[in-house]
Design a protein around this ligand. Structure first.
Ligand SMILES: CSC[C@H]1O[C@H](OP(=O)(O)O)[C@H](O)[C@@H]1O
Ligand SMILES: Nc1ncnc2[nH]cnc12
Length: 291
């Protein structure tokens, strides 16, 4: 199986990574089905990268339909250590303006019908999730975004993940603001939870495309608005990815986050009670703990 260190999940408007060399297209099947599309493997700044468009090429999967378990599993099976999501978001605050970038640091779950854990059917695990985004990867993305010099980038913010696919009502948007949320989107969950269970560093480059529907002086969000504001941001996100790739070490000796050992004390099920077929199904995630 080919390998990659960095996995990029492209969101709305980002269906391919420009400037990759040694490109190879691979189809992967996982115990959780097929990912959103084939994965493009290649090199960016000499670092191996796997690119996967979250909604599929041509934007075929709604946020509720994105096969996140398969997507994260497929990246893990390629040896990916860092997963970077590029995501379109609405802003819930005046100073996070359309076309700005944000590296969020918190997440609030308002999804309703998504599979948000790998673990079921005879194996139970409870991973820590107080800090849903990898602080080290987020810091590298922030540093890389700031190095661009010509983009406004904000450090931190709470991303509230709604179910969708319809956008919010004004009542919901105003309540989300009162609750202190900064950004709204539909896809960081369950992705962030699954990445944690798969012991992958996960962080988001959030591209602000609109003020949702709360702002009296701006039109309510529409697909047209999102698409027009994404065009600039998606190019900037790719510039950030190129800079970040150079900073992400191929070995993890210097890494101090705890993403890589998130399952270390999380598995509750008595190993002798885990059926052999379940151990085999989950070996990619748990073999080092159930040896
Ligand atoms: C096209 S607007 C709504 C759509 O855009 C965002 O997608 P992604 O996070 O994949 O960039 C949002 O979450 C919705 O899925
Ligand atoms: N206002 C919004 N609400 C939910 N998801 C979005 N993605 C981009 N803008 C959004």
């Amino acid at each position: 199986m080919p390998e990659a260190i960095i996995g990029v999940i492209g969101g709305s408007g980002l269906y391919q990574m420009e400037g990759m060399s040694e490109v190879e297209e691979i189809a992967i099947e996982t115990p959780f089905g097929a990912p959103s599309d084939t994965i493009t493997l290649g090199k960016v700044e000499g670092v191996s990268m796997a690119f996967l468009p979250r909604h599929g090429r041509g934007h075929r999967f709604s946020p509720s339909e994105v096969p996140s378990c398969a997507n994260i599993w497929a990246l893990k099976s390629l040896g990916v250590q860092y997963v970077i999501s590029v995501s379109a978001v609405g802003s819930l605050r005046e100073d996070y303006e359309p076309r700005d970038l944000v590296i969020p640091d918190q997440l609030f779950d308002r999804t309703k019908s998504r599979v948000n854990s790998f673990f079921e059917g005879g194996i139970v695990a409870h991973c820590p999730f107080a800090d849903p985004f990898c602080p080290e990867l987020s810091a590298i993305l922030l540093e890389s975004a700031r190095a661009l010099g010509d983009v406004t980038v904000h450090k931190g913010g709470t991303y509230v993940c709604m179910e969708g696919p319809l956008f919010s009502t004004k009542a919901e948007s105003n309540l989300n603001r009162k609750l202190g949320f900064d950004l709204i989107g539909m896809t960081a969950l369950p992705e962030a939870k699954l990445a944690r269970e798969a012991e992958l560093c996960y962080a988001v480059i959030a591209c602000v495309t609109d003020y949702d529907c709360w702002h009296e002086a701006h039109d309510a969000v529409s697909v047209e608005m999102v698409v027009s504001n994404l065009s600039a941001n998606v190019a900037n996100a790719q510039r950030i990815l190129r800079l970040a790739a150079q900073k992400l070490a191929p070995t993890r000796e210097d890494v101090s986050c705890r993403c890589e050992s998130a399952l270390a004390s999380a598995i509750m099920t008595d190993p002798v009670r885990i059926p052999q077929e379940v151990k085999e199904k989950y070996s990619l995630l748990v073999s080092k703990y159930l040896a």
